[in-house]
Design a protein around this ligand. Structure first.
Ligand code: CA
Ligand code: CA
Ligand code: CA
Ligand code: CA
Length: 326
């Protein structure tokens, strides 16, 4: 992974100091927040027993099991290019691929139950499912809920496949297939403003359930039913961004936090109003896509603030793209 890139999407911070109820979990949307230090615990201990640094502080980050080894790891996104690492250690990306368009919302899940997490692109209430972490067109498409609905991803019925739940306040509309149609079950849980995490918190439960976060205290429920928490655990700091995943590969999801260490990162720079002629930004672009060095340079200068040298046009890092072109 190259350093110094800035994500095109400014992520939403989650924490007690920030009024956000975005769902975070072992699977689902971006985990939000900022910082490139991650503190995990593969049990429900109060303190982290795994620490790593990955990507840049402003990166958009997702959690999933990209290689079907049972362990969830991190993936950062820059535009429509995704950089996944398969171990929970500091280091470079091991898998790089492009999917969708830079403004797309994506969700992580194991949609076909093969053990491997992949992406679904969301556009409003339309979902485009892809069952491999490779570039290419969607494998399936469906519609669920309303365009502005908050969605959670999980294996609610324990059949090994992840599906969607739409959340409206404290009501959850659970669907157990990635097909167009109405909810299979409906659940009322917690308060409308709660920060909710999803996961399989105990090996006694068949599938994923909910947890509510208040400050740095987590209230875990082992069934998708109304009621009080089965376990209450502390973790991290109230200002951390929290998420969940199976860090040890034992089938149980536990907690992790994302934290910024050091001076605040510079704000993400918005793109100028219009793009120069050229292809959409991705790792598939190369110097042969441009007739002149000036054309390549204009394209490079436009996309660099948001996406870095996404196409690798400036191999020697001197700021000049495709110097071999006329
Ligand atoms: Ca894995
Ligand atoms: Ca899969
Ligand atoms: Ca399922
Ligand atoms: Ca685990």
């Amino acid at each position: 992974m190259r350093t110094g890139w800035k994500a095109a999407v400014c992520a939403v911070a989650i924490g007690s100091a920030v009024a956000s109820t975005a769902p975070v979990g072992a699977h689902g949307p971006t985990i939000g927040g900022h910082g490139n230090h991650y503190y995990l615990n593969d049990k429900f201990g109060g303190r982290a027993n795994m620490e790593l640094v990955y990507g840049d502080p402003r990166d958009v980050v997702y959690v999933g099991d990209w290689d079907d080894n049972g362990t969830d790891t991190l993936m950062v996104r820059r535009g429509n290019t995704f950089y996944a690492r398969n171990s929970l250690t500091t280091g470079n990306a091991e898998v790089v691929f492009s999917y969708g368009d830079p403004p797309d919302t994506v969700l992580v899940g194991d949609w076909d139950g093969d053990g491997r997490d992949t992406l679904t692109v969301r556009r409003g209430n339309r979902y485009f499912v892809k069952n491999s972490v490779t570039s290419g067109v969607a494998d399936a498409e469906f519609t669920y809920g309303n365009p502005d609905d908050e969605v959670l991803v999980g294996d609610w019925d324990g059949d090994g496949r992840d599906t969607l739940t739409v959340r409206r306040g404290s009501t959850y509309y659970v669907k157990n297939s990635v097909t167009t149609g109405v909810a299979d079950t409906t659940l009322v849980y917690g308060n409308p403003g709660d920060i909710v995490l999803t996961g399989r918190w105990s090996n006694t439960q068949p599938g994923d359930t909910l947890a509510v976060r208040r400050g740095n205290t987590y209230y875990l429920r082992y069934t998708l039913t109304p009621g009080v928490a089965d376990v209450v655990v502390p973790f991290g700091e109230p200002t951390d961004t929290a998420f969940s995943g199976d860090w040890g590969g034992d089938g149980q999801d536990t907690l992790g936090v994302r934290r910024h260490v050091g001076a605040p990162p510079p704000p993400a720079q918005p793109l100028p109003p219009s793009a120069p002629p050229g292809p959409a930004p991705s790792a598939d672009v190369n110097c042969d896509d441009f007739a002149t060095q000036a054309a390549a340079q204009a394209w490079f200068d436009y996309w660099f603030p948001a996406m870095g040298d996404v196409a690798g046009l400036d191999g020697d890092d001197d700021g000049k793209a495709c110097e071999r072109l006329p």
